[in-house]
Write a protein that binds this ligand. Sequence first.
Ligand code: SAH
Ligand code: SF4
Ligand code: F3S
Length: 455
Amino acid sequence: MGDSVTSAADSGTRPRVFLEDMGCQMNRLDSELVLGRLAGAGYERAGTAADADLVLYYTCSVREHAEDKVYGRLGALKRMKQERPELRIGVMGCMAQNHQEELFARAPHLDLVIGTSRFEDVVSLVEEARSGKRVLAVDRKPLSFERDVTARPRRHQAFVSVMRGCNKFCTFCIVPYTQGREQSRPIADVLEEARRLVDDGVVEITLLGQRIDTYGADLRDGTNLAQLLTRLHEEVAGLVRICFLTSHPNHMTDELAAAIADHPRISRYLHLPVQSGSDRMLQRMNRGYSVADYRSAVATLRRRVPDLALATDWIVGFPGETEEEFESSAALLRELEFSGSFVFKYSPREGTRAAEMADDVPRAVKEDRNQRLLALQLGMSAARKQQRIGLELEVLVEGPSKLDESVWSARSAWNEIVCFKAAGDLQGMLRKVRIQRATALTLFGTPQDEQGAAR
Ligand code: SAH
Ligand code: SF4
Ligand code: F3S
Protein backbone atom coordinates (compact mmCIF):
# COMPACT_ATOMS: atom_id res chain seq x y z
CA MET A 1 0.00 0.00 0.00
CA GLY A 2 2.96 2.33 0.52
CA ASP A 3 1.82 5.79 1.53
CA SER A 4 -1.43 5.61 -0.40
CA VAL A 5 -4.34 6.93 1.61
CA THR A 6 -7.07 6.07 -0.88
CA SER A 7 -8.83 2.86 0.06
CA ALA A 8 -10.28 0.50 -2.51
CA ALA A 9 -13.70 1.30 -1.09
CA ASP A 10 -13.31 4.96 -1.99
CA SER A 11 -11.81 4.34 -5.38
CA GLY A 12 -14.89 2.47 -6.60
CA THR A 13 -13.38 -1.01 -6.69
CA ARG A 14 -14.64 -3.73 -4.39
CA PRO A 15 -13.88 -3.20 -0.70
CA ARG A 16 -11.47 -5.64 0.90
CA VAL A 17 -11.71 -7.45 4.21
CA PHE A 18 -8.93 -9.03 6.23
CA LEU A 19 -10.18 -11.43 8.90
CA GLU A 20 -8.17 -13.39 11.43
CA ASP A 21 -9.88 -16.00 13.58
CA MET A 22 -8.32 -16.87 16.90
CA GLY A 23 -10.58 -19.35 18.71
CA CYS A 24 -12.22 -22.75 18.64
CA GLN A 25 -13.99 -24.52 15.77
CA MET A 26 -17.20 -22.66 16.55
CA ASN A 27 -15.33 -19.41 16.24
CA ARG A 28 -13.90 -20.59 12.92
CA LEU A 29 -17.35 -21.43 11.60
CA ASP A 30 -18.73 -18.04 12.67
CA SER A 31 -15.88 -16.26 10.95
CA GLU A 32 -16.56 -18.24 7.77
CA LEU A 33 -20.22 -17.25 7.99
CA VAL A 34 -19.23 -13.62 8.42
CA LEU A 35 -16.94 -13.78 5.40
CA GLY A 36 -19.79 -15.37 3.44
CA ARG A 37 -22.11 -12.51 4.32
CA LEU A 38 -19.48 -9.91 3.47
CA ALA A 39 -18.74 -11.65 0.15
CA GLY A 40 -22.46 -11.44 -0.60
CA ALA A 41 -22.22 -7.69 0.01
CA GLY A 42 -19.34 -7.36 -2.47
CA TYR A 43 -16.28 -7.70 -0.22
CA GLU A 44 -13.11 -9.37 -1.46
CA ARG A 45 -10.61 -11.08 0.84
CA ALA A 46 -7.35 -9.27 1.58
CA GLY A 47 -4.22 -11.22 2.49
CA THR A 48 -3.01 -8.71 5.08
CA ALA A 49 -4.42 -5.92 7.20
CA ALA A 50 -2.36 -3.44 5.18
CA ASP A 51 -4.29 -4.39 2.03
CA ALA A 52 -7.70 -4.15 3.64
CA ASP A 53 -10.45 -1.58 4.08
CA LEU A 54 -11.93 -3.60 6.88
CA VAL A 55 -9.96 -5.59 9.46
CA LEU A 56 -11.85 -8.04 11.68
CA TYR A 57 -10.52 -10.12 14.55
CA TYR A 58 -12.63 -13.11 15.49
CA THR A 59 -11.63 -13.48 19.09
CA CYS A 60 -11.53 -15.98 21.94
CA SER A 61 -11.70 -15.30 25.70
CA VAL A 62 -11.08 -18.76 27.02
CA ARG A 63 -7.60 -17.97 28.36
CA GLU A 64 -5.81 -14.73 29.05
CA HIS A 65 -3.20 -15.44 26.43
CA ALA A 66 -5.87 -15.44 23.69
CA GLU A 67 -7.03 -11.98 24.76
CA ASP A 68 -3.53 -10.56 25.05
CA LYS A 69 -2.91 -11.55 21.46
CA VAL A 70 -5.86 -9.44 20.30
CA TYR A 71 -4.70 -6.37 22.19
CA GLY A 72 -1.29 -6.90 20.58
CA ARG A 73 -2.86 -6.98 17.11
CA LEU A 74 -4.96 -3.90 17.81
CA GLY A 75 -1.94 -1.98 19.08
CA ALA A 76 -0.09 -2.75 15.87
CA LEU A 77 -2.94 -1.24 13.82
CA LYS A 78 -2.89 2.12 15.56
CA ARG A 79 -0.52 3.74 13.11
CA MET A 80 -2.26 2.31 10.12
CA LYS A 81 -5.51 3.83 11.32
CA GLN A 82 -3.84 7.24 11.72
CA GLU A 83 -2.53 7.03 8.17
CA ARG A 84 -5.77 5.71 6.73
CA PRO A 85 -8.64 7.01 8.88
CA GLU A 86 -11.18 5.39 6.55
CA LEU A 87 -9.88 1.96 7.60
CA ARG A 88 -12.47 0.18 9.73
CA ILE A 89 -11.36 -2.16 12.52
CA GLY A 90 -13.65 -4.56 14.34
CA VAL A 91 -13.49 -7.08 17.15
CA MET A 92 -16.00 -9.93 16.94
CA GLY A 93 -16.65 -13.14 18.84
CA CYS A 94 -16.24 -14.05 22.49
CA MET A 95 -13.95 -11.23 23.56
CA ALA A 96 -16.32 -8.67 22.04
CA GLN A 97 -19.14 -10.18 24.07
CA ASN A 98 -16.99 -10.41 27.17
CA HIS A 99 -15.49 -6.91 27.24
CA GLN A 100 -17.98 -4.86 25.24
CA GLU A 101 -17.30 -1.09 25.43
CA GLU A 102 -14.19 -1.66 27.52
CA LEU A 103 -12.54 -2.60 24.21
CA PHE A 104 -13.09 0.95 22.92
CA ALA A 105 -11.47 2.33 26.05
CA ARG A 106 -8.38 0.18 25.58
CA ALA A 107 -8.23 0.64 21.81
CA PRO A 108 -9.77 4.01 20.91
CA HIS A 109 -9.06 3.45 17.21
CA LEU A 110 -11.46 0.50 17.17
CA ASP A 111 -14.68 1.03 15.14
CA LEU A 112 -16.79 -2.06 15.76
CA VAL A 113 -17.43 -4.43 18.64
CA ILE A 114 -19.80 -7.19 17.51
CA GLY A 115 -20.89 -9.83 20.00
CA THR A 116 -21.76 -13.48 19.54
CA SER A 117 -25.50 -12.91 18.95
CA ARG A 118 -25.05 -10.21 16.33
CA PHE A 119 -22.52 -11.57 13.84
CA GLU A 120 -25.28 -12.33 11.36
CA ASP A 121 -25.88 -8.57 11.06
CA VAL A 122 -22.28 -7.89 10.12
CA VAL A 123 -23.08 -6.28 6.77
CA SER A 124 -25.38 -3.59 8.13
CA LEU A 125 -23.16 -3.01 11.16
CA VAL A 126 -20.12 -2.47 8.94
CA GLU A 127 -22.17 -0.07 6.80
CA GLU A 128 -22.96 1.91 9.95
CA ALA A 129 -19.29 2.01 10.87
CA ARG A 130 -18.37 3.16 7.37
CA SER A 131 -20.73 6.09 7.75
CA GLY A 132 -18.52 7.20 10.63
CA LYS A 133 -20.37 5.79 13.63
CA ARG A 134 -18.74 3.73 16.33
CA VAL A 135 -20.71 0.49 16.55
CA LEU A 136 -21.33 -1.57 19.69
CA ALA A 137 -23.60 -4.58 19.00
CA VAL A 138 -23.56 -6.94 21.96
CA ASP A 139 -27.25 -7.42 22.69
CA ARG A 140 -28.63 -10.96 22.75
CA LYS A 141 -31.08 -12.19 20.15
CA PRO A 142 -31.84 -15.61 18.69
CA LEU A 143 -29.73 -16.49 15.67
CA SER A 144 -31.37 -17.22 12.32
CA PHE A 145 -28.77 -19.82 11.30
CA GLU A 146 -29.24 -18.67 7.70
CA ARG A 147 -26.26 -19.60 5.63
CA ASP A 148 -24.86 -19.33 2.13
CA VAL A 149 -23.48 -22.87 1.92
CA THR A 150 -21.20 -22.04 -1.00
CA ALA A 151 -19.11 -19.66 1.13
CA ARG A 152 -16.62 -22.05 2.76
CA PRO A 153 -12.86 -22.42 2.67
CA ARG A 154 -12.71 -26.20 2.12
CA ARG A 155 -14.51 -27.78 -0.80
CA HIS A 156 -15.23 -31.15 0.81
CA GLN A 157 -15.53 -30.34 4.48
CA ALA A 158 -17.88 -28.11 6.44
CA PHE A 159 -18.79 -27.22 9.98
CA VAL A 160 -22.45 -27.15 10.94
CA SER A 161 -23.59 -25.48 14.12
CA VAL A 162 -26.33 -27.57 15.70
CA MET A 163 -26.58 -25.63 18.91
CA ARG A 164 -25.23 -22.50 20.53
CA GLY A 165 -24.32 -21.59 24.06
CA CYS A 166 -23.69 -23.53 27.24
CA ASN A 167 -25.73 -23.91 30.43
CA LYS A 168 -23.13 -25.80 32.44
CA PHE A 169 -21.11 -23.04 34.10
CA CYS A 170 -17.96 -24.94 34.92
CA THR A 171 -16.31 -22.62 37.42
CA PHE A 172 -13.25 -21.89 35.26
CA CYS A 173 -15.07 -21.27 32.00
CA ILE A 174 -16.07 -18.05 30.28
CA VAL A 175 -18.03 -19.72 27.46
CA PRO A 176 -21.49 -19.59 29.11
CA TYR A 177 -20.99 -15.84 29.55
CA THR A 178 -19.76 -15.21 26.01
CA GLN A 179 -22.07 -17.61 24.17
CA GLY A 180 -25.22 -17.36 26.29
CA ARG A 181 -27.74 -20.10 26.96
CA GLU A 182 -28.16 -23.28 24.96
CA GLN A 183 -30.21 -22.94 21.80
CA SER A 184 -30.63 -26.03 19.60
CA ARG A 185 -31.72 -26.12 16.00
CA PRO A 186 -34.51 -28.48 14.98
CA ILE A 187 -33.28 -31.69 13.28
CA ALA A 188 -35.09 -30.75 10.06
CA ASP A 189 -33.04 -27.53 9.77
CA VAL A 190 -29.74 -29.36 10.27
CA LEU A 191 -30.72 -32.03 7.71
CA GLU A 192 -31.66 -29.37 5.21
CA GLU A 193 -28.36 -27.53 5.66
CA ALA A 194 -26.42 -30.80 5.37
CA ARG A 195 -28.23 -31.64 2.11
CA ARG A 196 -27.42 -28.24 0.66
CA LEU A 197 -23.75 -28.65 1.67
CA VAL A 198 -23.61 -32.11 0.05
CA ASP A 199 -25.19 -30.72 -3.13
CA ASP A 200 -22.33 -28.23 -3.15
CA GLY A 201 -19.62 -30.91 -2.88
CA VAL A 202 -19.24 -31.53 0.86
CA VAL A 203 -18.55 -35.14 1.94
CA GLU A 204 -17.64 -34.57 5.61
CA ILE A 205 -19.49 -32.48 8.13
CA THR A 206 -18.51 -31.68 11.68
CA LEU A 207 -21.43 -30.85 13.93
CA LEU A 208 -20.58 -28.22 16.53
CA GLY A 209 -21.86 -27.55 20.02
CA GLN A 210 -20.09 -26.73 23.30
CA ARG A 211 -21.88 -29.61 25.02
CA ILE A 212 -23.16 -31.32 21.94
CA ASP A 213 -24.64 -34.24 23.82
CA THR A 214 -27.23 -31.93 25.37
CA TYR A 215 -28.34 -31.13 21.82
CA GLY A 216 -32.12 -30.94 21.65
CA ALA A 217 -32.78 -30.70 25.40
CA ASP A 218 -34.03 -27.11 25.11
CA LEU A 219 -36.44 -28.08 22.31
CA ARG A 220 -38.37 -30.18 24.84
CA ASP A 221 -39.72 -32.61 22.27
CA GLY A 222 -37.43 -35.56 22.91
CA THR A 223 -34.91 -34.56 20.23
CA ASN A 224 -31.40 -35.78 20.99
CA LEU A 225 -27.98 -36.17 19.41
CA ALA A 226 -28.38 -39.91 18.75
CA GLN A 227 -31.45 -39.17 16.62
CA LEU A 228 -29.73 -36.37 14.78
CA LEU A 229 -26.69 -38.54 13.94
CA THR A 230 -28.90 -41.44 12.87
CA ARG A 231 -31.05 -39.30 10.60
CA LEU A 232 -28.05 -37.61 9.01
CA HIS A 233 -26.57 -41.04 8.36
CA GLU A 234 -29.76 -42.49 6.94
CA GLU A 235 -31.22 -39.54 5.10
CA VAL A 236 -28.37 -37.47 3.69
CA ALA A 237 -26.89 -39.48 0.84
CA GLY A 238 -23.38 -38.46 -0.12
CA LEU A 239 -22.14 -37.79 3.42
CA VAL A 240 -19.06 -39.95 3.84
CA ARG A 241 -18.15 -38.88 7.35
CA ILE A 242 -20.10 -37.31 10.16
CA CYS A 243 -18.08 -35.88 13.07
CA PHE A 244 -19.26 -34.02 16.17
CA LEU A 245 -17.71 -31.88 18.93
CA THR A 246 -17.58 -31.45 21.99
CA SER A 247 -19.01 -34.13 24.28
CA HIS A 248 -19.60 -33.95 28.02
CA PRO A 249 -19.35 -37.10 30.15
CA ASN A 250 -22.65 -36.49 31.96
CA HIS A 251 -24.70 -37.11 28.88
CA MET A 252 -23.01 -40.19 27.49
CA THR A 253 -25.91 -42.57 26.96
CA ASP A 254 -26.02 -46.10 25.62
CA GLU A 255 -28.38 -44.78 22.92
CA LEU A 256 -25.64 -42.42 21.69
CA ALA A 257 -22.95 -45.12 21.86
CA ALA A 258 -25.25 -47.44 19.88
CA ALA A 259 -25.92 -44.74 17.29
CA ILE A 260 -22.17 -44.44 16.73
CA ALA A 261 -21.67 -48.21 16.68
CA ASP A 262 -24.49 -48.87 14.23
CA HIS A 263 -23.53 -46.24 11.67
CA PRO A 264 -20.14 -46.71 10.04
CA ARG A 265 -20.00 -43.21 8.57
CA ILE A 266 -20.10 -41.62 12.02
CA SER A 267 -16.57 -40.75 13.09
CA ARG A 268 -14.79 -43.13 15.48
CA TYR A 269 -13.21 -40.17 17.22
CA LEU A 270 -14.78 -38.55 20.24
CA HIS A 271 -13.64 -35.47 22.11
CA LEU A 272 -14.64 -35.96 25.74
CA PRO A 273 -12.88 -33.45 28.01
CA VAL A 274 -12.15 -34.82 31.49
CA GLN A 275 -10.17 -31.80 32.86
CA SER A 276 -8.79 -33.61 35.91
CA GLY A 277 -8.25 -37.03 37.46
CA SER A 278 -9.00 -35.74 40.96
CA ASP A 279 -12.52 -35.78 42.39
CA ARG A 280 -11.81 -32.76 44.56
CA MET A 281 -10.69 -30.74 41.53
CA LEU A 282 -13.65 -31.90 39.44
CA GLN A 283 -15.98 -30.79 42.19
CA ARG A 284 -14.33 -27.39 42.51
CA MET A 285 -14.58 -27.09 38.75
CA ASN A 286 -18.34 -27.88 38.91
CA ARG A 287 -17.91 -30.45 36.18
CA GLY A 288 -20.79 -32.48 37.59
CA TYR A 289 -19.10 -35.90 37.54
CA SER A 290 -16.53 -37.89 39.48
CA VAL A 291 -13.58 -39.81 38.08
CA ALA A 292 -15.68 -42.97 38.48
CA ASP A 293 -18.52 -41.38 36.47
CA TYR A 294 -16.08 -40.47 33.71
CA ARG A 295 -14.72 -44.02 33.64
CA SER A 296 -18.20 -45.36 33.37
CA ALA A 297 -19.03 -42.97 30.46
CA VAL A 298 -15.93 -44.26 28.67
CA ALA A 299 -16.94 -47.86 29.42
CA THR A 300 -20.42 -47.22 27.96
CA LEU A 301 -18.81 -45.98 24.79
CA ARG A 302 -16.15 -48.65 24.48
CA ARG A 303 -18.63 -51.44 25.14
CA ARG A 304 -20.37 -50.52 21.88
CA VAL A 305 -17.41 -49.07 19.98
CA PRO A 306 -14.31 -50.93 21.19
CA ASP A 307 -11.93 -49.21 18.78
CA LEU A 308 -13.10 -45.67 19.55
CA ALA A 309 -10.36 -43.02 19.61
CA LEU A 310 -10.92 -40.83 22.63
CA ALA A 311 -9.39 -37.38 22.92
CA THR A 312 -9.62 -35.22 26.00
CA ASP A 313 -8.79 -31.88 27.60
CA TRP A 314 -6.93 -31.29 30.86
CA ILE A 315 -6.52 -28.21 32.99
CA VAL A 316 -3.35 -28.19 35.08
CA GLY A 317 -2.78 -25.83 37.98
CA PHE A 318 -6.44 -25.22 38.82
CA PRO A 319 -6.69 -23.38 42.17
CA GLY A 320 -5.55 -25.63 45.00
CA GLU A 321 -4.27 -28.47 42.78
CA THR A 322 -1.67 -30.42 44.77
CA GLU A 323 1.12 -32.49 43.29
CA GLU A 324 -0.79 -35.59 44.32
CA GLU A 325 -3.95 -34.39 42.59
CA PHE A 326 -1.99 -33.66 39.46
CA GLU A 327 -0.52 -37.17 39.65
CA SER A 328 -4.04 -38.59 39.61
CA SER A 329 -4.57 -36.81 36.27
CA ALA A 330 -1.40 -38.41 34.93
CA ALA A 331 -2.55 -41.80 36.21
CA LEU A 332 -5.95 -41.43 34.54
CA LEU A 333 -4.30 -40.43 31.28
CA ARG A 334 -2.32 -43.68 31.36
CA GLU A 335 -5.27 -45.77 32.44
CA LEU A 336 -7.79 -44.66 29.83
CA GLU A 337 -5.36 -44.68 26.89
CA PHE A 338 -6.46 -41.46 25.30
CA SER A 339 -5.57 -41.00 21.67
CA GLY A 340 -4.92 -37.30 22.21
CA SER A 341 -4.79 -34.75 25.02
CA PHE A 342 -5.15 -31.00 24.89
CA VAL A 343 -3.49 -29.66 28.01
CA PHE A 344 -4.15 -26.15 29.31
CA LYS A 345 -2.58 -24.17 32.11
CA TYR A 346 -5.34 -22.73 34.26
CA SER A 347 -5.98 -19.07 33.46
CA PRO A 348 -8.36 -17.11 35.72
CA ARG A 349 -11.23 -15.48 33.81
CA GLU A 350 -12.83 -12.48 35.43
CA GLY A 351 -16.48 -13.00 36.23
CA THR A 352 -16.24 -16.79 36.62
CA ARG A 353 -16.54 -18.49 40.01
CA ALA A 354 -13.02 -19.90 39.93
CA ALA A 355 -11.65 -16.36 39.56
CA GLU A 356 -12.68 -15.82 43.17
CA MET A 357 -10.43 -18.68 44.28
CA ALA A 358 -6.74 -17.97 44.87
CA ASP A 359 -4.75 -18.76 41.73
CA ASP A 360 -2.17 -20.37 43.95
CA VAL A 361 -0.29 -22.78 41.70
CA PRO A 362 2.89 -20.98 40.63
CA ARG A 363 3.37 -20.38 36.92
CA ALA A 364 6.49 -22.60 36.79
CA VAL A 365 4.59 -25.47 38.40
CA LYS A 366 1.75 -25.11 35.89
CA GLU A 367 4.28 -25.15 33.09
CA ASP A 368 6.01 -28.22 34.49
CA ARG A 369 2.71 -30.13 34.91
CA ASN A 370 1.71 -29.11 31.40
CA GLN A 371 4.92 -30.53 29.96
CA ARG A 372 4.68 -33.71 31.96
CA LEU A 373 1.15 -34.51 30.79
CA LEU A 374 2.04 -33.66 27.20
CA ALA A 375 5.12 -35.89 27.28
CA LEU A 376 3.07 -38.74 28.68
CA GLN A 377 0.47 -38.35 25.96
CA LEU A 378 3.06 -38.04 23.22
CA GLY A 379 4.68 -41.31 24.27
CA MET A 380 1.32 -43.08 24.26
CA SER A 381 0.27 -41.54 20.93
CA ALA A 382 3.55 -42.60 19.33
CA ALA A 383 3.13 -46.17 20.58
CA ARG A 384 -0.42 -46.31 19.22
CA LYS A 385 0.76 -45.02 15.84
CA GLN A 386 3.37 -47.79 15.68
CA GLN A 387 0.58 -50.31 16.21
CA ARG A 388 -1.12 -49.07 13.04
CA ILE A 389 1.84 -50.19 10.90
CA GLY A 390 0.79 -52.99 8.56
CA LEU A 391 -2.92 -52.16 8.81
CA GLU A 392 -5.07 -51.09 5.90
CA LEU A 393 -7.04 -47.98 6.83
CA GLU A 394 -9.81 -46.23 4.98
CA VAL A 395 -8.95 -42.55 4.82
CA LEU A 396 -10.67 -39.43 3.57
CA VAL A 397 -8.35 -37.24 1.52
CA GLU A 398 -8.27 -33.62 2.72
CA GLY A 399 -5.77 -32.11 0.29
CA PRO A 400 -2.09 -31.81 -0.55
CA SER A 401 0.17 -31.99 2.49
CA LYS A 402 1.31 -28.59 3.73
CA LEU A 403 4.91 -29.81 3.99
CA ASP A 404 5.13 -31.60 0.65
CA GLU A 405 2.74 -30.78 -2.22
CA SER A 406 3.39 -34.14 -3.91
CA VAL A 407 1.91 -35.98 -0.93
CA TRP A 408 -1.79 -36.30 -0.07
CA SER A 409 -2.88 -35.63 3.48
CA ALA A 410 -5.88 -37.64 4.63
CA ARG A 411 -7.60 -38.68 7.84
CA SER A 412 -8.57 -42.05 9.22
CA ALA A 413 -11.89 -42.55 10.99
CA TRP A 414 -9.90 -42.13 14.24
CA ASN A 415 -8.89 -38.64 13.18
CA GLU A 416 -5.27 -39.63 12.51
CA ILE A 417 -3.35 -37.86 9.77
CA VAL A 418 -2.33 -40.29 7.04
CA CYS A 419 0.02 -39.22 4.24
CA PHE A 420 0.53 -41.08 0.97
CA LYS A 421 1.56 -40.51 -2.62
CA ALA A 422 -0.84 -41.03 -5.51
CA ALA A 423 -1.60 -39.39 -8.85
CA GLY A 424 -4.78 -37.52 -9.77
CA ASP A 425 -7.05 -35.20 -7.81
CA LEU A 426 -8.11 -37.21 -4.79
CA GLN A 427 -9.51 -34.41 -2.65
CA GLY A 428 -12.70 -35.51 -0.93
CA MET A 429 -12.19 -39.16 -1.91
CA LEU A 430 -12.05 -42.22 0.29
CA ARG A 431 -8.97 -44.38 -0.22
CA LYS A 432 -7.62 -47.53 1.35
CA VAL A 433 -4.06 -47.04 2.51
CA ARG A 434 -1.66 -49.66 3.89
CA ILE A 435 0.34 -48.06 6.71
CA GLN A 436 4.09 -48.42 6.30
CA ARG A 437 5.64 -46.18 8.90
CA ALA A 438 4.70 -43.73 11.62
CA THR A 439 5.99 -40.72 13.50
CA ALA A 440 4.45 -39.55 16.78
CA LEU A 441 1.87 -37.45 14.90
CA THR A 442 1.56 -38.86 11.38
CA LEU A 443 1.06 -42.17 9.59
CA PHE A 444 2.58 -42.83 6.16
CA GLY A 445 1.38 -45.47 3.72
CA THR A 446 0.66 -46.59 0.17
CA PRO A 447 -2.75 -46.60 -1.50
CA GLN A 448 -4.26 -50.06 -1.99
CA ASP A 449 -6.94 -49.47 -4.61
CA GLU A 450 -8.14 -47.12 -7.29
CA GLN A 451 -11.77 -47.67 -6.23
CA GLY A 452 -13.57 -46.23 -3.29
CA ALA A 453 -14.32 -42.81 -4.69
CA ALA A 454 -16.47 -40.94 -2.24
CA ARG A 455 -18.89 -39.60 -4.79
N1 SAH B 1 -17.19 -27.09 25.69
C1 SAH B 1 -16.03 -27.80 25.94
C2 SAH B 1 -14.77 -26.97 26.03
C3 SAH B 1 -14.79 -25.51 25.98
S1 SAH B 1 -13.32 -24.64 26.22
C4 SAH B 1 -16.24 -28.61 27.19
O1 SAH B 1 -17.24 -28.53 27.81
O2 SAH B 1 -15.38 -29.34 27.57
C5 SAH B 1 -12.05 -25.75 25.69
C6 SAH B 1 -11.13 -26.18 26.77
O3 SAH B 1 -10.41 -25.07 27.27
C7 SAH B 1 -11.79 -26.78 27.98
O4 SAH B 1 -12.12 -28.12 27.83
C8 SAH B 1 -10.77 -26.56 29.07
O5 SAH B 1 -9.88 -27.64 29.14
C9 SAH B 1 -10.01 -25.31 28.59
N2 SAH B 1 -10.33 -24.14 29.41
C10 SAH B 1 -11.50 -23.53 29.54
N3 SAH B 1 -11.40 -22.49 30.40
C11 SAH B 1 -10.11 -22.45 30.81
C12 SAH B 1 -9.39 -21.63 31.71
N4 SAH B 1 -9.98 -20.64 32.36
N5 SAH B 1 -8.07 -21.88 31.86
C13 SAH B 1 -7.47 -22.90 31.22
N6 SAH B 1 -8.12 -23.70 30.39
C14 SAH B 1 -9.42 -23.50 30.18
FE1 SF4 C 1 -17.28 -24.34 29.45
FE2 SF4 C 1 -18.07 -26.33 30.97
FE3 SF4 C 1 -19.74 -25.29 29.15
FE4 SF4 C 1 -17.66 -26.72 28.36
S1 SF4 C 1 -19.40 -27.47 29.58
S2 SF4 C 1 -18.31 -24.76 27.52
S3 SF4 C 1 -16.09 -26.20 29.87
S4 SF4 C 1 -18.95 -24.24 30.96
FE1 F3S D 1 -14.58 -20.77 21.50
FE2 F3S D 1 -12.90 -19.25 22.83
FE3 F3S D 1 -15.37 -18.52 22.59
S1 F3S D 1 -13.01 -21.44 22.93
S2 F3S D 1 -16.58 -20.36 22.39
S3 F3S D 1 -13.90 -18.74 20.93
S4 F3S D 1 -14.13 -18.26 24.38
